[in-house]
Design a protein around this ligand. Structure first.
Ligand SMILES: *Cc1c(COP(=O)(O)O)cnc(C)c1O
Length: 457
C-alpha cells in the first residue's frame, strides 16, 4: 500500500478560535514601559497606532478569541494548510526519526504572514481606517499585508529594507500587483529615513529602521494606522491557527510530536506552531520540546540578554521586556531577512526565561546546506528563513540516528523560497560565508543600552 504523505483537513476543520497562551502562562509577561518616563503603561498607549480591537487582543487574558467569519472565509483561500510526512528527508538522512512539517508556503503571498495580515486588515476596516503603513524585511510581510489590505479596500504603504529591495525586485512587483506603494528603507519619505541616509548613505537598512519610518508615517498622517507582522501578542495570537490545525493533523496521523521546531525572527511563526502544543504541556502535563531556531549572526535568544528594550532603532516604541541584542544592533546582511531583528517578542521571551521553550542557532552555510538537502529530498524550495527550522530538524534527526532512538519531529516550513533565487544563486556561486559574530561584538552593542534591566528572580 502506498504510504500517505499528506495529512489534510477540510475547510470545515478551520479553527473558529485563536489560542491565547497568556491565560495559561505560570508567569505573566512584565508590563511595557513608557519610552520617556519609563513608567508602566496600559494598552491605551497603543491606541494611536492600532485599532481598538487589536489593542484589546494585545492585552486580553481570555484563553480563546473568536475568529470572525469574514476572516475564516478569506483563510479558506489557502487554509487548512497541508501537513507532510517527510519520507524523502527521512530517507536522505537515514534516520529512525519520524519527521513531519506543516507547510505555510501555500498562502497567496507564500508564507504564514497572511494568517495575521487578514485579521489585522479586517479590524482596521471595522475601525474606519483608510491607510496602513508597515515595514518589511524579506518582503514576506509586506506582500501579506498588501494582499490583505487589497481585500478590504485599504491603502497599503510598505517600507522595505534596502537590502531586500535590491535583492528581491519581484517581491516589490508582487506588492504593487495587490495595489501597495513600496519605498526602499531608509527612504527620503520620512524624517527618520532622511536623517539616517545623511549619516550613512550606503546603509543596507534594517527592520528596526523601517519600523521607525512606518510608525512616523502612521502617527503623522490622518486616518492612518500601523501594522506589525511579528513580535506583538496579537500577531502571535492570530498565528496559533497553525498549531491548532497541526494538532488535529497529528491526531489524524495517529502520532504526536516529541519535538516541535520553528525558525525565529520576532517569534510569530514559532508561536503559531508551538503555543497550542505548549498548552498540552501546561494543561495535560505532556513533555513536548519546543525549539526556536535562529541565525548565529542574529542570536538574541541564545546570546542576547533579557531586559527592557525598544522595538525599533530610534526608540519610539514602548520599552518591552525581551531577549535583545540591543536596538542599535545591525545584523549581518544574511539572506534570511525575516530573521534580521534585534529582539524577541515579549511572550516568547518570558517562556524562554522560564525554560518552557528552548532556543538554538545555526550559521549561514549550515542552513543553506539544510535547505538544499530538503529541496532535493522533498521538492519544495524553502525560504531562507525556513531553512533554519530545517537545520534544527536535521540536527535532531541525526541525534536520533546516533542514539538509535526514534523521535517524532514536527517543524514549521513557514514559507517557500521561490522569490529567493538570488540567495540560492549566491550559495551556488560560493558567496555565502559564515558570519562570525564575536561575543565582543555582542557586548559592544549591549553596552550601549541604558534601558531598564530586569533583576534575576
Ligand atoms: C517573517 C518571516 C519569518 C520571521 O518572522 P517570525 O515572526 O519569527 O515568524 C520567518 N520566516 C518567514 C518565511 C517569514 O516570512
Amino acid at each position: 500500500m502506498m504510504k500517505e504523505r499528506k495529512i489534510l483537513l477540510s475547510e470545515s476543520d478551520i479553527p473558529d478560535k485563536w489560542y491565547n497562551i497568556v491565560a495559561d502562562m505560570p508567569n505573566k509577561p512584565l508590563p511595557p514601559l513608557h519610552p520617556v518616563t519609563r513608567e508602566p503603561i496600559g494598552p491605551e498607549a497603543l491606541g494611536g497606532l492600532f485599532p481598538e480591537e487589536l489593542v484589546r487582543q494585545e492585552v486580553t487574558m481570555d484563553r480563546w478569541v473568536d475568529i470572525p467569519d469574514e476572516v475564516r472565509n478569506i483563510y479558506s483561500i489557502w487554509r487548512p494548510t497541508p501537513m507532510y510526512r517527510a519520507y524523502g528527508l527521512e530517507k536522505a538522512l537515514d534516520t529512525p526519526a519520524k519527521i513531519y512539517y506543516k507547510y505555510e508556503g501555500v498562502s497567496p503571498s507564500g508564507s504564514h504572514k497572511p494568517n495575521t495580515a487578514v485579521p489585522q486588515a479586517y479590524y482596521n476596516k471595522q475601525a474606519g481606517v483608510k491607510r496602513i503603513t508597515t515595514e518589511t524585511g524579506a518582503g514576506q510581510w509586506g506582500s501579506a499585508l498588501s494582499f490583505a489590505c487589497q481585500h478590504f479596500d485599504i491603502e497599503c504603504e510598505v517600507y522595505m529594507v534596502r537590502l531586500s529591495y535590491d535583492h528581491k525586485p519581484y517581491r516589490k512587483i508582487m506588492m504593487n500587483t495587490w495595489g501597495a506603494k513600496v519605498f526602499p528603507s531608509p527612504s527620503e519619505a520620512t524624517e527618520v529615513g532622511r536623517k539616517i541616509l545623511a549619516e550613512n548613505p550606503n546603509t543596507t537598512g534594517s527592520l528596526g529602521i523601517a519600523i521607525s519610518e512606518a510608525i512616523e508615517r502612521a502617527t503623522s498622517t490622518p486616518n492612518t494606522k500601523y501594522a506589525l507582522g511579528s513580535v506583538l501578542n496579537h500577531v502571535k495570537l492570530h498565528q496559533t491557527i497553525i498549531g491548532l490545525e497541526a494538532i488535529k493533523q497529528m491526531e489524524k496521523a495517529g502520532d504526536m510530536p516529541d519535538i516541535v521546531i520553528a525558525p525565529f525572527g520576532g517569534g510569530s511563526n514559532f508561536a503559531g506552531l508551538a503555543f497550542p502544543f505548549l498548552r498540552l504541556n501546561m494543561v495535560e502535563g505532556r513533555n513536548i520540546r519546543c525549539i526556536a531556531s535562529e541565525p548565529t549572526s542574529c542570536p538574541k535568544l541564545t546570546k542576547g540578554v533579557f531586559r527592557y528594550d525598544f522595538g525599533d532603532t530610534v526608540g519610539m516604541t514602548p520599552l518591552l521586556p525581551m531577549y535583545t541584542l540591543g536596538h542599535n544592533f545591525v545584523p549581518a546582511p544574511i539572506h534570511a531577512g525575516g530573521l534580521r531583528y534585534h529582539g524577541a517578542g515579549v511572550i516568547v521571551s518570558q517562556l524562554l526565561r522560564d525554560q518552557l521553550i528552548e532556543a538554538t542557532s545555526h550559521d549561514n552555510l549550515e542552513v543553506f546546506e539544510a535547505g538544499i538537502t530538503f529541496a532535493r529530498a522533498e521538492g519544495i524550495i524553502p525560504a531562507p528563513e525556513a531553512t533554519h527550522g530545517i537545520a534544527t530538524a536535521i540536527r535532531e534527526a541525526q541525534k536520533c540516528k546516533e542514539e538509535g532512538t526514534s523521535k517524532t519531529i514536527l517543524f514549521n516550513l513557514c514559507g517557500h523560497g521561490n522569490f529567493d533565487m538570488k540567495a540560492y544563486e549566491d550559495y551556488f556561486a560560493g558567496k555565502i560565508v559564515k558570519h562570525e559574530l564575536t561575543d565582543e561584538d555582542i557586548q559592544k552593542s549591549l553596552s550601549q543600552l541604558d534601558t531598564p534591566i530586569i533583576p534575576d528572580r
